[in-house]
Design a protein around this ligand. Structure first.
Ligand SMILES: *Cc1c(COP(=O)(O)O)cnc(C)c1O
Length: 370
């Protein structure tokens, strides 16, 4: 039998080469290749318009805006966060000498459970760092109410939430700061890249100093900043991709719809449905495998898929709280995080990207339907 082609979990949205070439020619003629250049400025403007936000700062990846956000707001002590995320969320706290306090998630969204946040607040708590996991919007209203009651800052890791809107309003406008990742694996990419969204000009100015060594002028350094600037080549790449991202999201939506139609009603398999009033971006399609009901464990299904060239991803497994850096924390115990632990043990993200054919989708489904 002929070996079947592999179906990857994701595939980067690539700008058409001819389009990229004309932008590159322009950059070559300008000879200004980084440090707040022409396309850097254009991409910030275009993203503000596309996303519906007021202030955005581009970064060289999606981790440094998290680290910089904590510095800009001078966060110290303890920060409440979720263990059910990519490890960069918690690492950003560690890099600032902040102690992460893990709180369990809501099984309906995978996001920080607002009912459990207050019990984790101590006199040392200064902020909450939730994640809109898989692009599912957090309960931003409840989190805002808790934060204002206790005088806490809120920094959203919105790495999965590019273009997500609730009642027509960008989810990136919630909290004090939100951050995005434009990594190759994300719905919208600049190869490596990221951004920070804030809501006033003064904060934006401070962020822009911090991402350029703290330089506030030719001879003035106002803070121990880092180098996290986005260059002109990736800014131009990002401008082109921005023109094509809606078509990619629509293609992803169609795949997600096929999965839902085919998998609904299979005993032991659950997944998220679209939430009312939310414009989703279809960044991931996680399914949860209840071993007892389905008759096969998550890992058995995962490796069975792999054997026929269907590459899912156990995303997010293991939980961040189980990694050696964090597992000694009092909040890292399994008994404190039962929902997140179960989700991590049951999840497989199915292949989801703009280039999947109907045949690919059928092959994925055939692995799961029994
Ligand atoms: C991808 C991701 C990041 C980090 O982004 P990079 O661009 O890879 O640095 C942070 N948080 C979450 C939840 C992510 O998925």
């Amino acid at each position: 039998m002929e070996a079947q082609k592999q179906i990857t979990v994701t595939s980067p949205l690539l700008p058409p080469l001819e389009e990229l070439e004309s932008y590159m020619k322009d950059i070559w003629s300008r000879k200004w290749i980084t440090n707040n250049g022409h396309y850097h400025h254009e991409l910030e403007q275009a993203l503000c318009d596309y996303l519906g936000v007021q202030y955005i700062s581009l970064f060289t990846n999606g981790t440094l805006p998290l680290i910089t956000a904590l510095q800009a707001l001078r966060i110290t002590g303890e920060v409440i966060t979720t263990p059910y995320s990519f490890v960069a969320t918690t690492h950003s706290l560690w890099w600032n000498g902040i102690r992460p306090v893990f709180v369990d998630v809501d099984p309906r969204t995978g996001n920080l459970d607002p009912d459990k946040i207050e019990a984790a607040i101590t006199p040392r708590t200064t902020a909450i760092m939730p994640v809109h996991v898989y692009g599912n919007p957090c309960d931003t209203e409840r989190i805002r109410a808790i934060a204002s009651k206790y005088g806490l800052r809120v920094i959203y890791d919105a790495a999965h939430a590019f273009g997500v809107r609730v009642n027509g309003e960008s989810v990136l406008n919630a909290g004090d700061i939100s951050t995005l990742s434009f990594h190759a694996t994300k719905t919208y990419n600049t190869i490596e890249g990221g951004a920070l969204i804030c809501h006033d000009a003064e904060t934006k100015q401070r962020i822009d100093y911090l991402k350029n060594f703290g330089f506030a002028g030719e001879t003035e350094v106002v803070a121990p900043g880092i180098n996290s600037k986005m260059d002109e080549v990736r800014a131009a790449y990002g401008l082109i991709n921005l023109k094509h991202v809606d078509a990619a999201i629509e293609a992803r939506r169609r795949v997600a719809e096929c999965y839902r139609t085919a998998l609904r009603g299979i005993e032991g398999i659950t997944f998220f449905d679209d939430m009312p009033h939310v414009r989703h971006n279809y960044s991931y399609f996680p399914i949860f495998v209840d071993a007892e009901q389905y008759g096969m464990s998550r890992d058995e299904l995962y490796f069975k898929m792999r054997d026929v060239g269907v590459l899912g991803r156990r995303y997010f497994y293991p939980l961040i709280s189980t990694f050696s850096t964090y597992r000694g924390l009092p909040s890292a115990t399994t008994s404190n995080l039962p929902v997140a632990t179960r989700m991590a043990d049951e999840v497989i993200c199915l292949p989801l990207h703009h280039e999947l054919s109907e045949e690919d989708v059928e092959r994925v489904i055939a692995c799961i339907v029994r």
